[in-house]
Ligand binder design. Structure first.
Ligand SMILES: *Cc1c(COP(=O)(O)O)cnc(C)c1O
Length: 441
């Protein structure tokens, strides 16, 4: 986590309640310090509100609630039913969907449940390849999805030197060609490392032409769609899955949206098909997050996330990095390190930046000559630091700090100086100012 920075623990109730377990309390304090003193630039991470933390840490964790509101297998679920109904109502309102299932424990569980609901083992699915930006659950060899269903993969168009048409966008011609040849039962649109807008309409047209169902995996940009910075895929997709903890800024979890005619199949696939008792404390926290995303201020947040990513991308391009697809439309930037320094791998860059207090993840770039463990790329996201209040000028400053750390990676003293500046920058943008103020009082 870089050099340690001394700060007081946050004044959370959890800190008080953990007095009886100093070992765990110490670790939680250390992680809170890391989050407050390092730059959080992992594209899939965010800072939840204190209200989301409170619901996640609530007594609802004590309750078993297998089933759905009004149809539970255990007694005592009157309140839980209201909590889950509230979460479902807010989710359908937020996304303009007919039905929501808020029980999936994660984005991966949500995807598995959809496959289980809509497919027979061995059915063909068309999805984006992992090393082109897709997710493990889109049929990667290491994922159980590839052992149960037959995945055929599409990718992005080749990179080009023409700045007007930089390439590396979803190859829709390839999607259409593969769909006609392979006749998939399901087409999956959505990615984990794709810096452009996901347009669901052409996928709908291809799915209709070949009689396939369309699932949009909105794990990353769910908050951008909720905040109206990106177009909604809901009118085009049969099913939409998403995570609640990435740009949507809620608790760690997943959810599924679908049309009413698929609701029963989806619900049965989640429970009893895939999961047991739902995490109702997390469902309550999802309700809180959906409520927050329904506020007008969340639209300003989503727009700021996108503006910050653009500012970060421009500053990095000016420093000599190549941006995959030439830039970004969303919350993330995928950087090709090779033009900056052909010797520098994603793995080494991530390690140096960790020492400097800049938290990022290495990532393969399309057609990466290096392995997924080493990589030639870095993925950076703006969702978390935008929540903390940073703007375009901070993004430019971050790019400068990042470049200094990478250039001077063999000089420990300079990396330590960058670390100190990072801590100073973070101190002006605390993720939980409410809790810092509580402490001063
Ligand atoms: C993050 C992600 C998931 C999985 O979410 P988890 O909550 O980590 O299981 C699924 N699909 C895509 C495209 C993702 O980016």
């Amino acid at each position: 986590m870089g050099e340690r920075v001394e700060v007081e623990p946050l004044a959370t109730p959890f800190d008080t309640w953990l007095a009886g377990d100093p070992e765990v309390r110490k670790l939680l304090r250390e992680e809170a310090v890391r989050q407050r003193t390092c730059l959080q630039l992992i594209a899939s991470e965010n800072f939840t509100s204190p209200a989301v933390l409170a619901a996640t840490g609530s007594v609802l964790t004590n309750k078993y609630a297998e089933g759905y509101p009004g149809r539970r297998y255990y007694g005592g679920n009157q309140v839980i039913d209201e909590v889950e109904d509230l979460a479902r109502r807010r989710a359908t309102e937020l996304f303009g969907a007919e039905h929501a299932n808020v029980q999936p424990h994660s984005g991966a569980s949500a995807n598995l449940a959809v496959y289980q609901a809509l497919l027979e083992p061995g059915d063909t699915v068309l999805a984006m390849r992992l090393d082109q930006g897709g997710h493990l659950t889109h049929g990667a060899p290491a994922s159980i999805t590839s052992k149960i269903w037959r995945f055929v993969a599409y990718g992005v168009t080749p990179a080009s030197a023409d700045p007007a048409r930089p390439g590396e966008v979803i190859d829709l011609e390839q999607v259409a060609e593969l769909a006609r040849r392979e006749r998939p039962r399901l087409i999956v649109a959505g990615a984990t490392a794709y810096p452009r807008v996901l347009d669901a309409q052409p996928f709908r047209e291809i799915a209709d032409e070949v009689g396939a169902l369309l699932m949009v995996d909105l794990a990353h940009p769910a908050g951008l769609v909720a905040g109206k910075a990106h177009p909604s895929p809901v009118p085009f997709a049969d099913v939409v899955t998403f995570t609640t903890h990435k740009t949507l800024r809620g608790p760690r979890g997943g959810a599924i949206l679908c049309r009413e005619d698929l609701a029963k199949r989806i619900d049965q696939a989640v429970f009893p098909g895939l999961q047991g008792g739902p995490l109702e404390h997390v469902v309550a926290a999802k309700a809180v997050a959906f409520g927050e995303a329904l506020q007008p201020s969340f639209q300003a947040y989503a727009a700021a996330v996108v503006a910050n990513a653009r500012a970060l991308a421009e500053a990095l391009a000016a420093e000599g990095f190549r941006l995959v697809s030439g830039g970004t439309d969303n919350h993330l930037v995928l950087v090709d390190l090779r033009p900056f320094d052909p010797e520098l791998t994603g793995k080494e860059a991530q390690e140096v930046l960790d020492r400097a207090g800049i938290t990022v993840n290495r990532n393969t770039i399309p057609d990466d000559p290096r392995s997924a463990f080493v990589t030639s790329g870095l993925r950076l996201g703006t969702a978390a630091e935008t929540t903390a209040g940073m703007g375009p000028s901070e993004m430019a400053r971050i790019a400068g700090l990042l470049v200094r750390a990478l250039r001077c990676r063999h000089e420990d003293a300079e990396v330590a100086r960058v670390r100190a500046e990072v801590a100073e920058l973070c101190a002006s943008f605390p993720p939980y100012p409410e809790l810092e103020r509580a402490q001063e009082a």
